[in-house]
Ligand binder design. Structure first.
Ligand code: IFM
Length: 452
């Protein structure tokens, strides 16, 4: 595999998944604290109260990041640390991120900061959460203080991480916080997230006249029909509409896909919540496009499901999440994005895999994860040979953490975390990632001080 000199390597985490210190520094609960408390929602009722204790151990974690040799580290800000109550700014919460960003910068690691990675403050949820249009204003108030305090040290901003999960898993499928099962709410929630994205980008560029790069991250999954029947083709089209086009079309074309508006209208009886100017706001020009890629989808027709598709059997090798390992389909996805949607630089803001890791004599031989990462990095390298302009790659995740409704049962880290002692143990995949970065730097005569 081969990468341009400017290509950036990184690793990623998010606030609720690693920070812990849930009641410290003035933080108040988010919808995830509430969701975890409801029996049956999260594996063994795990929660983020302690997580990886990163809030107290960030200095040590920065040293691991440095040792990996990555150029950049992607983390998210916990909104309830910044606004623990409506309209009440908490400087102590902000200071944590200022310290973290400063430590990273001192070590030569560029901070890439996500504003929203799903930990909506409970006060906002109690007023309707993302379903309430006022959420756009709440988000902009929050974005404004983050830009004011951190823009000078941030290398790139990501407004939202995976609005599909926050919107459709949270408000339609009910498997993520806040756990609602209402498609009308889900479509409104997504719309308000997207409007808040567009307006935050505009704010950074106009109000702050900032040149810091900003974009949005979507989780995308190319969808294939099980057979070439007309029914399965319809199923694949609908699944693609639900997972991909409902987000890509507004962000890049300034419109929602009509076929999906029609399909959703069984539950969404009016699209009046789309106000004048919204679609222009959503399709604001960004500096890059972030993609989280894990797997492909394969579907078949099912008259028994709402949107006429369901997952079909696949004989692909799977990760510990049961997700197909599909680096070739990743290439299909990127080529399609280039053909149909955008020429912006693409950044892979997440890619990685969960497996059932075991510690043996102080080592974790996670060969499957190492293979997964190598295959996807090879795909990035191949795509760039074709001129696809992928500018960077973030491995998900720096360390094992709270995997949402799966609790701590699924390990995505390249660092193993012993959740009893909080010890971090480098897995073989971490050593291999550091080696790939070292080789890249050597090949371009860039200074490399990374782990052997
Ligand atoms: O852990 C999550 C992350 O929070 C968002 N993207 C997918 C990851 C793995 O499921």
């Amino acid at each position: 595999m081969k990468f341009d000199k400017q290509f950036t390597f990184g690793t990623a985490t998010s606030s609720y998944q690693i920070e812990g210190a849930a009641a410290e520094g003035g933080r108040t609960p988010s919808i995830w604290d509430m969701f975890c408390d409801i029996p049956g929602r999260v594996y063994k009722q795990h929660n983020g109260d302690v997580a990886c204790d990163h809030y107290h151990r960030f200095e040590e974690d920065v040293q691991h990041i440095k040792r990996l040799g990555v150029d950049t580290y992607r983390f998210s800000i916990a909104w309830p640390r910044i606004f623990p109550e409506k309209g009440k700014y908490n400087q102590e919460g902000m200071d944590f991120y200022k310290k973290l960003a400063a430590r990273l910068t001192e070590e030569g690691i560029k901070p890439a900061v996500t504003l929203y990675h799903w930990d909506l403050p409970m006060w906002a949820h109690e007023e309707g959460g993302w379903v309430n249009r006022e959420s756009v204003e709440w988000f902009l108030d929050y974005a404004r203080v983050c830009f004011t305090e951190l823009d000078a040290v941030v290398d790139s901003w990501i407004t939202h991480n995976e609005p599909w999960c926050a919107g459709f898993l949270g408000y339609h499928q009910g498997v993520h916080a806040p756990g609602h099962t209402n498609m009308d709410e889900a479509v409104k929630a997504v719309h308000h997230m997207l409007v808040s994205h567009g307006k935050a980008v505009e704010m950074l560029k106009k109000e702050f006249a900032s040149e810091t790069e900003i974009g949005i991250t979507l989780n995308l999954s190319p969808v294939y029909a099980k057979t070439d029947s007309a029914n399965d083709a319809l199923a694949a089209n609908n699944a693609d509409g639900y997972s991909n086009r409902w987000f890509l079309d507004p962000v890049f074309k300034g419109e929602y896909p009509k076929d999906m508006m029609n399909l959703f209208s069984k539950y969404v009886h009016s699209y009046d919540f789309i106000k004048e100017g919204d679609m222009e706001a959503i399709s604001v020009e960004c500096d890059f496009f972030g993609i989280n890629y894990y797997s492909r989808g394969i579907v078949e027709f099912s008259a028994a499901t709402d949107f006429l598709h369901r997952g079909a059997y696949s004989d692909y090798e799977k990760t510990g999440m049961g997700w197909d390992i599909a680096p070739n389909e990743f290439k299909d996805l990127i080529r399609r994005l280039r053909a149909e949607y955008t020429q912006l630089p693409i950044i892979i803001t997440e890619n990685g895999a969960a497996y059932d890791d075991v510690v043996e004599n102080g080592r974790v031989h996670d060969k499957e994860r190492t293979d997964y990462v190598e295959k996807h990095l090879q795909a990035v390298s191949d795509l760039n040979e074709e001129g696809m302009n992928i500018a960077g790659y973030y491995l998900w995740s720096l360390m094992d953490n709270f995997e949402w409704s799966f609790g701590y049962d699924k390990r995505f880290g390249i660092l193993y975390v012993d959740f009893d002692t909080q010890e971090r143990i480098w897995k073989d995949s971490a050593y291999r990632y550091a080696e790939i970065i070292r080789d890249h730097k050597k090949s371009h005569n860039l200074q490399a001080e990374v782990a052997q």
